[in-house]
Structures are given as C-alpha cells and as structure tokens.
Design a binder for this molecule. Structure first.
Ligand code: NAD
Ligand code: 4PL
Length: 247
C-alpha cells in the first residue's frame, strides 16, 4: 500500500456516507490522518470506526459559522489540516415549479456558503502554520449538463467552480492549491435513496464508457489531487464522469 500522504491531516466534510466516506477511506489508505466531519454525528462516528486507524469524527454543520469555528478549534489541537476536501452538500431533486426562495437559500447556504466558511477557516490555519496545503472542492458535472430538477444545486456547483478559480489565485503564493472535481452521477448512499437513482439508464447512454459511477471513482481522483504528484495543478476543474460531458 502506498503511503504518499503520511504525516498529513485531511478534513473531509460530509463524510459520514457516500462519496465523502470513500474519499476519507482512500486518503487514510494513502497514510493520512483523516477527520470525518458531518452534520450527522452518529454517522460520522461509525464511518470513522469503519475506517479505523487514524480516522476520527468531529460533527459540524458547514453552513453554521459557530459550528465551523468549533470544528477548527478542535482541529487546532490535532495540529491543523494539510488537506481540505469540501464534499458536504445537499443533493436535491426538486421540480422547477417547486423551486422557491427558501429552497434556493438553503442549497446556496450549504453547498456554496458552507464551502466558503470551511475554506476560510482551513486556509487561514494552513497559512498561520506556514504549511503547504490542498483544497479540493467537490462540484458536479450538472454544472456542464444543466441537469433537470436541481436548478439551485447547479447554480451552487457553478459557484463552487468560480470560487475555486479565484481561490487558486489568492492562495498560490502560500503554496496552497485549489482544484475542483466534477463527478457525474454516482451510486452513493444519498443517490440510492433518491429519485436520481432512476437516472442511471439515461446517464449510461451518454457516457463514453458503460457502468454505474461509484464513490471510489471519485475518491481515487481526489487522492491524486491531494498527492505531491499534483503539485503543479491549481485552479482546475477535473471532470470524472466516464465521458458523459466533454468540455
Ligand atoms: P450523500 O447525500 O450520500 O452524502 C452527503 C453527506 O453530506 C451526508 O452524510 C450529509 O449528512 C452531509 N451533509 C449534508 N448537509 C451538511 C451540512 N450542512 N454540514 C455537514 N454535512 C452535511 O451525497 P453524495 O452523493 O455522497 O455526494 C457527495 C458530494 O458529491 C456532494 O458534494 C455532491 O454534491 C457531489 N456529487 C454527487 C454526485 C452523485 O451522483 N452522487 C454527483 C456529482 C456530485
Ligand atoms: C449527472 O450531482 O452529476 C444526477 C444528482 N445526475 O447530483 C449530481 C448527474 C445528479 C449528476 C448529479
């Protein structure tokens, strides 16, 4: 087993289940100490227990500034973070006629503002410690495809890509890179329990390669972006969807 991330601490938000959990597992396999953070405290604990070793759980709501502050006070006692993966998100399936201001605000708050809040705290900590750092933001290929039933989500995920580009510019001089990953439809825990689960047939028809996207397909790419091999990549958006969209 490769130990390319040994000595590094990674925070993965929204990692009690799904893609985030697979990312945490893969970073731990590469030797990182991983912090599983999620609004679901019990889920975070069991995910950390399932990974074992150097994994630990700290509950937090990425959209709540006080909760993010508490998370980073606790992370400070662990020596801070080297790798941040902004993965926490609500993945809605809401018909356009039901997209009202409350829904819009909630999705922007968690999926875009949550990414800002956690990134603000993490990169301030990296800079104070004079450590090189990695920020990896999980966006979505729905930003390219304009996927139906998720207008607020698509807007938030586009915002995440824009933020990533600006962040790369702001933080390059501190040796902190910022990149985004855009998964296509992935058979995660959340997707299996949602109407999106019905879309695999259609999505597979558009993919260049057959098969259902799995959390590990994303986790392996995130681990590469977190590794030294990716040290000259910043401000980029890496699309990981078996060729469903080509941009
Ligand atoms: P999921 O619903 O299975 O897991 C999301 C996790 O985020 C859950 O554990 C949930 O509790 C947590 N979460 C939600 N709100 C939170 C908050 N305010 N604070 C902290 N944690 C919170 O989702 P998934 O399918 O694994 O998606 C993971 C990421 O990948 C998301 O950013 C999603 O937008 C993105 N993505 C998913 C797909 C897909 O098809 N599964 C495709 C493209 C992008
Ligand atoms: C192609 O990010 O990328 C459904 C649900 N279909 O959340 C996503 C595709 C969904 C996606 C996504």
């Amino acid at each position: 087993m490769s130990e390319r991330l040994s000595g590094r601490t990674a925070l993965v938000t929204g990692s009690a289940q799904g893609i985030g959990k697979a990312i945490a597992k893969r970073l731990a396999a590469d030797g990182a100490t991983v912090v599983i953070s999620d609004i679901n405290a019990e889920g975070a604990k069991s995910a950390a227990a399932s990974i074992g070793g150097k994994a630990r759980a700290i509950a937090a709501d990425v959209s709540d500034p006080a909760s993010v502050k508490a998370l980073f006070s606790e992370l400070e006692t662990l020596g801070g973070v080297d790798i941040l993966v902004n993965n926490a998100s609500i993945v809605p399936f809401v018909a356009w006629d039901d997209v009202d201001l409350d829904h819009w605000r909630k999705i922007i708050d968690v999926n875009l503002t949550g990414t800002f809040l956690v990134t603000r705290a993490a990169t301030d900590q990296m800079r104070a410690a004079k450590k090189p750092g990695r920020v990896i933001n999980i966006s979505s290929n729905t930003f390219f495809a304009g996927t139906p039933n998720m207008a607020a989500y698509v807007a938030a995920k586009g915002g995440v890509i824009g933020f990533t580009r600006a962040l790369a510019t702001e933080l390059g001089k501190y040796n902190i890179t910022a990149n985004a990953v855009t998964p296509g439809l992935i058979e995660s825990d959340g997707i299996k329990d949602s109407p999106h689960n019905q879309a695999f047939g259609f999505v597979e028809m558009l993919q260049a390669m057959p098969g259902k996207g799995q959390p590990e397909h994303i986790a392996d790419v995130v681990a590469f972006l977190a590794s030294d091999d990716a040290r000259w990549i910043t401000g980029q958006t890496l699309n990981v969807d078996a060729g469903m969209v080509r941009h």
